[in-house]
Design a protein around this ligand. Sequence first.
Ligand code: TIU
Length: 220
Amino acid sequence: MPHVVSAEPYDYTFEPSTTALVIIDMQRDFVDRGGFGELLGNDVSPLRQVVAPLQRVLSTWRERGGFVVHTREGHRPDLSDCPPAKRARGNLKVGIGDPGPLGRVLVRGEYGHDIVDELKPLPSEPVVDKPGKGSFYATDLERILAGRNIRSLIVTGVTTEVCVHTTVREANDRGFECLVLSDCVGSYFPEFQAAALKMIAAQGGIFGWVAPSERLLKAL
Ligand code: TIU
């Protein structure tokens, strides 16, 4: 049965069996002190605020039997999948691949690279490891979604204007209908958070829809 969420710029309709909850990069490297996000010069505290509302959405979505996909940004330990340009960017003293307070920065298998305990994936939930900001670039996400006939994505995670936006744009071009939950996505910059959400729903929903999570919970 189709569900309707009151959203911007107009109602978002989805069929739960063809919808995935996508949780983007809720990794210690972005959300916790000492990780990649802080090494880039950011205050990570705004990202921590996303955890509690996202936990509520995740538990309700799981209770309803909904499909969940998690992503993680990061690289192979030998960094062979990290473009030198990405590693060099920012002239960081401690950057991608270097040992940091949470282990080697943005490297798969390290403590900082993994998802925070509060949102730990279940064994049945695919975790997509991605080398870029977008979740479709150089990953098998599209195959995973096609295999389940998924056409709609409820998008959450961090950061709003970087990995969330890139993913929504990639998904939109592939024909997915995306609802971004405004309190379940986070940015280090309040002004970017506001602008990024506006950009999604503007122009008749040029990239998709935006709503606070309580509206989704109500529909469920
Ligand atoms: N720096 C920043 O805002 N974000 C990233 O580098 N990656 C993600 O957004 N996941």
